[in-house]
Design a protein around this ligand. Structure first.
Ligand code: PHB
Length: 389
């Protein structure tokens, strides 16, 4: 090729690249946020939507010169709807990132779409260990049930609890909680008297609680998804199980900060293990809680809100690292390995597993200034998901 032709070709290519970049920067960066805004998991949707909007209010809606657009879709927590909505967001709206996912079946339903379209899928709520293995494009900012459950199985036998009945919702996260709590509790010399599983949809806890009352273990270990804790607590109290000397323990999902304040005296003294409490005493959390409450008529942020807030941070930082350009693989690379201070405490997106690493706290429900709080009294630092091979 003649020298001048080569030069002209190079110049044209360069112009094209600049033009492409300008076009990319002209189009908004789209985040498809899929949440259960109605139905059984609606509190999760409300919390995460509020948290994502708070993040944007605090950090602006432009990242590295690129306008960020949040497209919120309600999947009613039905996985078939989640899949359809995700497909539309990828094909029609051409979203750059998929995010949200209130329950495990919703996240799993969308994983193949993420893989096929090379779209990062940021899981802000769902917490079954295996979700990150369903697609190399999954990154998680919520937590995992094995992380939360193992800490409780270490605490309980050292605190007078030798026999336990487990009561979990009968699907992914419940089965993880049951397995990781039971295995560790047995290893620590405890006895699991019975393992009970309650349906996820329209659960009737009464017959299960009656069974636990009859078995009379030292404690009942509970996992129910965010939003269902108040019903368990109420019926536990109504049956006088606390008065009968059965303690309630579990992961922090059951003493969910979204509902805790309305649970009443029966919740007092309940010990749980989890990664986030609204009462976490750090400056970052105090600011987060104050601004969240101010923007949402005093609604208390719960652990779902924190998963959403941190998910937005991870997306923003990744977009920044690509200079506003985005692109599935570049964004994914930018998400892996992020270290930051979350309202929950120090957090880290493990580059190998794409799962969150964080502290797990032991907390006890206490009344302070007329309100109920999950007060942290011990911490296990930098807990990786024990469910990973
Ligand atoms: C889940 O479906 O993965 C899930 C939902 C709510 C929780 C925890 C896990 O509180």
């Amino acid at each position: 090729m003649h020298k001048r032709t080569i030069l002209r070709t190079v110049a044209a290519a360069a112009l094209c690249a600049v033009g492409g970049l300008a076009a990319a920067q002209g189009t908004p960066f789209k985040i498809g946020l899929i949440l259960p805004m109605t139905g059984q998991q609606a509190t999760t949707g409300r919390q995460i939507e509020a948290a994502a909007k708070l993040w944007m209010a605090q950090n602006g809606d432009t990242v590295a010169g690129r306008k960020v657009q949040l497209i919120l879709k309600d999947d009613t927590s039905l996985p078939d709807v989640t899949r359809r909505v995700a497909q539309e967001l990828v094909v029609n709206d051409k979203v750059d990132v998929l995010a949200g996912f209130g329950i495990t079946p919703s996240a799993l339903a969308v994983a193949p779409i993420a893989t096929q379209s090379k779209t990062p899928l940021v899981v802000m709520a769902a917490a079954t260990s295996s979700i990150t293995e369903a697609s190399p494009y999954v990154v998680r900012t919520s937590f995992t049930l094995p992380q939360a459950s193992v800490a409780m199985a270490d605490w309980a036998p050292k605190n007078g609890i030798k026999s336990v009945v487990t009561l979990v919702s009968d699907y992914g996260p419940g089965l993880d909680a049951e397995k990781f709590f039971s295995d560790r509790f047995l290893f620590n010399g405890g006895k699991v008297v019975e393992k009970l599983r309650v349906p996820l949809r329209n659960p009737d806890f009464a017959p299960f609680l009656q069974k636990v009352r009859d078995l009379k273990p030292d404690a009942m270990f509970v996992f129910v998804p965010s939003g269902a804790g108040a019903a368990v607590m109420k019926q536990f109290g109504e049956r006088g199980m606390d008065k009968a000397g059965i303690r309630l323990i579990g992961t922090g999902d059951v003493t969910d900060d979204d509902q805790l304040n309305d649970m009443g005296d029966v919740a007092l003294g309940v010990v749980t293990s989890h990664h986030y409490s609204t009462a976490h005493p750090s400056a970052v959390n105090k600011k987060f809680v104050a601004e969240f409450q101010k923007a949402n008529r005093n609604l208390r942020p719960n652990f779902m809100a924190v998963g959403g807030y941190d998910g937005m941070r991870v997306i923003y930082e990744a977009l920044k690292k690509t200079g506003g350009k985005g692109g599935g693989d570049a964004l994914l690379a930018g998400m892996k390995g992020q270290i930051f201070e979350s309202p929950r405490g120090p957090a880290f997106v493990d580059a190998q597993t794409r799962d969150i690493v964080h502290n797990i706290y032991l907390r006890k429900v206490e009344r302070k200034d007329g309100q109920l709080w999950n007060t942290e009294f011990d911490v296990i630092k930098d807990v990786k998901d024990p469910g990973k091979k």
